[in-house]
Design a protein. Structure first.
Length: 200
């Protein structure tokens, strides 16, 4: 229901050239971004250092993603990959599982990603998605959020969302499709609201 997303850029193993002896890449090549639903910690941590080269501000951020969501979508998040949130790109420096569901080791709740601001020499790409209300781009402010609700597709395309209770026949799929929060649900022009609630 939050509607936050990070845009994840995995390292392309096929396109990145690795040194034959040291097994290191001088320049990483990244694949196209993948939108991942996340809960992003809004307490941006900034570490500012002043040295002979000037002022260097290092941003640090934490993003929480559902482990099952990554499995169903075939995404393997690794340290060294990058993601963007707002108009800042981060390199993943830590990846840890949050907790087990009911103490079962095979069922993990979520993954915490810790990222530090990526230097432009390491990573540079076009900014995608919501950034800031002051920016002129059409997608700078998110005005539409579409639910998934266990459907393989919604208005935005393929979701790969899977609900085990529906898959195993315990529950029926929802009678109505994914709802959306958008300007279509607000005839008074006050702001985005649920659209299609009165139809069902």
């Amino acid at each position: 229901m939050v509607g936050q997303k990070i845009y994840y850029y995995p390292i392309s193993e096929a396109k990145t050239q690795v040194h034959s002896i040291y097994n290191e890449a001088l320049k990483k090549v990244f694949d196209n971004p993948i939108a991942i639903d996340a809960l992003v910690d809004n307490n941006f941590q900034t570490d500012t250092k002043i040295d002979q080269f000037g002022i260097d501000a290092q941003f640090k951020i934490e993003a929480y993603v559902q482990y099952r969501d990554l499995i169903e979508k075939g995404i393997n998040v690794t340290i060294g990959d990058c993601f963007s949130f707002s108009d800042v790109f981060y390199e993943i420096t830590e990846r840890s599982f949050m907790r087990n569901i009911y103490g079962l080791p095979e069922h993990k709740d979520g993954v915490k990603l810790v990222g530090i601001r990526a230097r432009e020499s390491l990573f540079k790409a076009l900014v995608v998605g919501p950034t800031d209300i002051s920016r002129p781009e059409a997608d700078a402010v998110q005005t539409v959020f579409v639910q998934q609700r266990g459907f393989s597709e919604n208005k935005e395309g393929r979701t790969a969302d899977l609900r085990d209770l529906v898959k195993n026949g315990v529950l029926e799929p929802p009678l109505t499709g994914p709802k959306e929060v958008s300007p279509l649900g607000d005839p008074d022009q006050a702001g985005p609201a649920f659209y299609g609630e009165d139809e069902d």
